[in-house]
Design a binder for this molecule. Sequence first.
Ligand code: NAD
Ligand code: MG
Length: 407
Amino acid sequence: MTMQHICILGSTGSIGENTIDVISRHPDRLSVYALSAYSRMEKLAAQAIQTHAKVVVVPSNAAKQQFLQSWPANSSATQPEIRVGSQALADTAADSAVTTVMAAIVGAAGLPSALAAAKAGKRILLANKEALVAAGSLFMQAVHDNKAELLPIDSEHNAIFQCLPQETQADGAHQAAHGVRRLLLTASGGPFRETPLEALAHVTPEQACAHPNWQMGQKISVDSATMLNKGLEVIEAHWLFAMPPERIQVLIHPQSVVHSMVEYHDGSVLAQLGQPDMRTPIAYGLGYPERLQSGVGLLDLAALGRLDFHLPDMQRFPCLQLALNALKAGQRACIALNAANEVAVAAFLARKVAFKDIAGIIDTALDQSQAEGGNDAPATLDEVLALDAQARLHAEHACQHMGAAAR
Ligand code: NAD
Ligand code: MG
């Protein structure tokens, strides 16, 4: 296998760190070309030294100064080229020196750079699910037109990818001919799976971020607690695998060992199992079609003893229902859902609104985006970003309203 030169978009995050961990185990075939981060410049500098990155991308000149100040005076490592701003981020993802892009920025902010990687025909390891939720058709079209190679990193989608016939992994159009009937998407149910419903009104950001099985960034941790995350993942699966919404089933599976399943017409169900550790799907994406050591321990099924499954309770998890509704309503609704959720989660983490307000804020923004009309799917990145910005305004408004009501 030839050497891969990797650009990690969002290297200082949870997925970014796990990616560096896997890369560092394979110096003979994986090398870091570029790293990017939005904050925590000391951490970015330490990563650049560890990985010998040639380029780092930072958001502003102020961040560049922080990066330079974080660079140890006595370091013998060569300082990377420092690129600044969002255009530099997209250009770096498309850089001719890059073979592989790990898209691990959180939120719709990761869309332009992930799309640039698709347009440049890269191997894309996609962790940033919000990019597909906001711009599924645009993104998949760019992958197809430019012969990019798309490997899902979200553990559920990576599991499904592994359980699909190879001929349909990259192009869902032929699944029916291969006997694929449904996708079964598992969900842990998050930290509030069994919390009494009345107690949900008072849960704190700390409780919401304490996921029982996975160590993740704050935003996706809150999304797991509301189960909006699973809604985003249904939308993601719809685009990745060209699967109609009614053939995607969500199942609560508290142990997070079965990462997802594919059901076939003959009654077979294929599942991918493993420890809840993102280094497994990351190593799969980096090594594909070979298997690489990831540093993840083996699964001890006898020690686990049992695996449970049940259907989600939509009363407990209204955000999941909102996401399923948005998928049926179309691309504009999906953009509004995602944007409003990002605003609502940030407001919850800042203690400006309550956990239970998140669903209400999304609902309000969805109603407003519907009222604005227009049914055509946005055809360009600019249209997507304009709809995203509009929905954020509605959601900010709803947050202020709810915050004021709470006081
Ligand atoms: P994180 O918050 O830990 O890290 C986010 C990274 O993105 C950081 O490097 C940060 O500097 C960068 N970033 C944040 N805002 C940015 C902006 N506006 N512009 C450019 N860069 C920005 O998040 P994470 O948990 O690593 O998740 C990253 C993505 O992967 C998310 O889309 C998430 O849904 C997805 N994902 C994560 C996990 C997981 O286990 N953490 C699992 C599945 C999918
Ligand atoms: Mg997931």
